[in-house]
Write a protein that binds this ligand. Sequence first.
Ligand code: AMP
Ligand code: ZN
Length: 462
Amino acid sequence: MALQIYNSLTRKKEEFKPINSPSVGMYTCGPTVYDFMHIGNLRTFLLSDILYRTLVASGYKVKLVMNITDIEDKIIKRAKERNITPSELTSKYTKAFKENLQKLNILPADVNPHATEYISQMVEYIKALVEKGLAYEKDGSVYFDISKFPEYGKLSGVETRELKTGTRILSDEYAKEDVQDFALWKAVDKDEVGMMSPWGWGRPGWHIECSVMSQEQLGETLDIHVGGIDLMFPHHENEIAQSEGKTGKKFVNYFVHGEFLLVDGKKMSKSLGNYYTLCDIEEKGFTPASFRYLVLTAHYKDQMNFTWESLKGAQTAYERLKSLVSGVAQSDRTVLSAEKEEKIDEYREKFWAAVNNDLNMPQALSVVWEVAKSNIPSQDKRDLILLFDEVLGLGLGDVRKDTDTDEDKELSGEVKKLVEEREEARKNKDFKRSDELRDKLQEMGYEVEDTPEGTRVRHAKK
Ligand code: AMP
Ligand code: ZN
């Protein structure tokens, strides 16, 4: 069964068909690196990761591109406030962003183009739009003339009839009511951060970077473009206008937008101040993996209200799953056993039916729990769940690393029970039983050591 994905362009769920199968070109709008990411931002990057993992696990060769916006109004303002250069500010937050991704087990993009490295390509692109009569210069800035692009509004459905031709917006961000010509190039004072262009000293607008960098990396038409729902207008609408205006070709085949993470019913955002970072979560004793688990419990097209209570629930469920997987010895088998194969196939089909149904991860998680609670052999259970984890990305197979440092805490209930039973047998000088239990623990992949304090077990190092 092929992946069905909701395409914002057609407002329908559609079968995913890449232009050049098995190659897939995927672009995700990356962060503006002027501050730490909040967990709302991270929800959107998790959507990108789930989609990426799904495509890879389905056999596609995906090239994933995610830009880093390192020149933009907020960056320049904050660097000025802190009396540092924009690049000092952006390198700090780019590093923090990548650490966040790593902690959440989000696979790195193949390319992370930085806006500052593509300025000359942006200038060329803007020149081409001016030459085609789609953009015009005014007081050293260049604007895209949206009246020249009749399809403006096709993604977001904004009304362009009310449009007052020639009204302009210079800011990078504007509201739905402001359907206006937008800046491709912004004139700035000589003492401001900028660069020379055919129109004088200035810097690029925000939207142009994504058209330029995505097309440089992936060609004129992208298979998939991902971002948060707030990017649909004006950002993605403007990307379409610039790109299709310039090339005359379709810019994106599938636009995928993720819904917001909310706090108390309101969008989590920097401007409202109602946000948490991954650091805040860790300081409260939660692991990044539990946040990943929590995100998987909601469909990406549904808003999700964040509460500490729900995170606690996610952490408990995640740990239960992790200990179930770690409690079973690593199998040397590369294929699942023939035993109960039918049942296993059925679970696998159910899991993929959920994932392929517009990334229905809550449903996919429920299949994982069905497997966890089933009576299939525990090694098959483990293998199957780890197979699913290639898409879920919960790092369930990484438990060995954690347990090496804190064995006791991580031992599953089953192992603890066997250890206690063995202690009892040793106390009663029942050495036959004690040896049997040691063998059993070893079979499960544990080293057993008798110390004056009692039995110590730890995962056998590979
Ligand atoms: P920014 O760095 O502001 O460009 O945002 C990075 C990504 O996070 C974009 O795709 C935004 O759409 C997304 N985003 C911002 N706020 C939220 C939120 N509360 N929930 C989900 N995604 C968000
Ligand atoms: Zn973008």
